[in-house]
Design a protein around this ligand. Structure first.
Ligand code: GRG
Length: 292
């Protein structure tokens, strides 16, 4: 298989998501200063920005050329809200995220809950404002895809299954992660295709690509949880000791073998996309090798 020359993720993409986040996040001032500060604190702590990057590249691969900042920002805000809530004492009770104290440690639990709520709602405010200014149907569809992917049929659904079922068997584990981690990643690539007026074939191909790499993302996450360090990950390690994860079902080598196979499948999907998919291929390849 042809290997793309990679230059993405931490090494700098042409997409300036930091600047986009700064533009849309509320200023730390006025009556709501504290919650605004808590929202900014978590959203600007330098995550990998994988979801907006995937959306941006999928959009470009189907020929999109406009400004889709609102949607790139929205998906990162929803992801950030999910991390804040996931770290709460009632969920994973984590102290460290993106190399910094988690939101409820830095502020307090009530503020962290409200900061998460604020980020979730801000995502929809931003997209609806953009839709109102153009009344473009694909933009409505894109917002609708993100709403379903984030809700009980997607990420929230996966989270509740994770809490209830904690991976009793490999089939349950697959269902949990298809929703909890996979739904937003798949939404990112599908939204890019929809916003860029991709054909039905391109949309299905990019959706399938997102689904495959979403699973790779989770498998590698589980491996890194047992093989990496707090310094490298910027969050706690061995945090999944009370849950079944992919490393409970497969050895680390087997996990990588599965992840490579899924990556090959993902890359094959890109053959159905008319435009340049080199950078998407890069990301897929890098996700298997990631160390953080
Ligand atoms: C609270 C509704 C709700 C959902 C939480 C995202 C999530 C669902 C839980 C996070 C737990 C976890 C470790 C999931 C594994 C994969 C994952 C989503 C990791 C975090 O995403 P990254 O690595 O984070 O993209 P950065 O910090 O780089 O943005």
């Amino acid at each position: 298989m042809r290997m793309a020359k990679c230059s993405l993720l931490k090494e700098g993409s042409r997409l300036d998501i930091e600047q986009i986040l700064d533009r849309f996040l509320p200023k730390v001032e006025g009556h709501f200063k504290r919650v605004n500060e808590a929202m900014r604190y978590s959203a600007t702590q330098g995550g990998k920005r994988i979801r907006p990057t995937l959306m941006h590249l999928s959009y470009k691969a189907v020929g999109g050329t406009d400004d889709i900042s609102a949607y790139l920002c929205a998906i990162e805000l929803i992801h950030t809200y999910s991390l804040i809530h996931d770290d709460l004492p009632a969920m994973d009770n984590d102290d460290l995220r993106r190399g910094k104290p988690t939101n409820h440690v830095q502020f307090d639990e009530a503020t962290a809950i409200l900061a998460g709520d604020g980020l979730l709602n801000l995502a929809y405010e931003i997209m609806l404002e953009d839709i109102l200014s153009s009344m473009d149907l694909p933009k409505v569809r894109a917002a609708s895809i993100l709403a379903s992917a984030s809700g009980t049929m997607g990420m929230v659904g996966g989270q509740i299954l994770d809490i209830q079922d904690a991976g009793k068997d490999i089939e349950t584990l697959d269902v949990i992660h298809l929703h909890k981690t996979g739904a937003l990643i798949k939404a990112a690539t599908k939204m890019g295709a929809v916003l860029g007026y991709g054909s039905a074939v391109e949309e299905a191909a990019l959706e399938a690509f997102g689904q495959y790499i979403g699973k790779v993302f989770q498998i590698v996450d589980d491996v890194l949880d047992v093989t990496s360090s707090v310094d490298e990950l910027g969050k706690g390690v061995n945090s999944d000791v009370n849950k079944m994860t992919y490393v409970d079902f497969y050895s680390v080598d087997k996990c990588y073998e599965i992840a490579h196979d899924l990556t090959d499948r993902a890359i094959r999907c890109l053959g159905k996309v008319a435009g340049d998919t080199t950078e998407l291929e890069c990301i897929a390849t890098k996700l298997v090798k990631r160390k953080f």
